[in-house]
Design a protein around this ligand. Sequence first.
Ligand SMILES: Cc1ncc(COP(=O)(O)O)c(C=O)c1O
Length: 404
Amino acid sequence: MALDGSHPHDLQGPHDPYGFDTVDLAWLRAKPGTKWHKEPELLNTWVADMDFATPPVVLDALQARLARADLGYADWGYPHPQTPACRVFAERAARRYQWHVDPAEVRDFCDVMQAVQVMLHLATAPGDGVVLHTPSYPPLWKTLQAMGRRQIDVPARVDAAGVHFDYDELERRLTNEPAKVLLLCHPHNPTGHRFAVDELVRLVAIAERFDLLILSDEIHADLTYDAMHVPIASIAGAAARTVSVHSASKAFNLAGMRHAVAHIGPTWLRDGLLDFPDHLLGAINLLAAEATVAAWEQGDDWLDAVVAHLDRVRLRFAELVAERLPTVKHRPPAATYLAWLDCRDTGIGDEPVLACREAGLKVSDGNDFGPSGAGHVRVNLATSTAIVEQIVDRLAAVFGADRA
Ligand SMILES: Cc1ncc(COP(=O)(O)O)c(C=O)c1O
């Protein structure tokens, strides 16, 4: 049960043990988080938070910690603290991905973007080239811009068969335009692309040929549908040149807790981090580390259930889009709960987000994902089937045959 008892996890059915299909608009609109609180009158399907209540195992762990009545400085070691999440991460990586990492090579960060930024700071200088698949999760490309790194795009081509990237073209570009880092978002936000093993092998070969550090943001790793996530660091030859950043925040809906871990393969980067003034990094929130450990150690049932629900919902959404929005191009995400809609053939222009808003629907603006996001919107499918159907109703009012 939620801390204030307000969300009934007990509204369960045999196919919905955690009540994912029972969330209703009144409950969502009363939630204090940013997704619904900012503009509760709209149908909110923007920021990447799920509409579901926190997993009960996480709530139990937090309540047990609160019951100790000790929120003082944690004892995680000195001078280089490591929370128990580092060990738990390594154990789970072996269990879930058959990926064996030394827990001593894992470090905590306050969030995923901090890990990415610190690694870029240690590994590159202003003007250095960084390879990025585009469109891109906004904070990734905006970080490169803010840090003065030179972005080398690998543009996505999306068709009925899937999401494709032209790696021959990337190799040609890298021959003339040197780079230091391949900044990977794996699985990919916003396209929902799950990089397959042959693609990862190709990327590792490119990284070897051009001596790139691979910096892999794997925050969506646990949200894949037809196949298990393969960490790029588990591909032969990759580990010693790869930093893999993980967090429980997306798959277990804990984004407000703020915590991530990074497995840092290259020794020179682990040494660089030891020399980095730790007071510039802040410190890990006690409750966030508890939440991560509970999710990763005891959250498998909840995760299986949420992925099964999201799988049904993404397929239902794709079916409805094909039926009711014939000019919108979409294919169900292979990973993540994010749907990337190409609205360029609808005649609505480069900012379909505005028309959606007029119809009372708050989506993510494709333009935020870089220039190739123009004419697109991103929809968040982590909600009940009934709400997904309402989202489609509103999209149909904007783009569909029932458009006024
Ligand atoms: C690919 C990706 N990386 C990072 C983040 C944000 O992570 P954090 O809040 O831990 O910085 C998100 C959030 O949606 C994301 O989709």
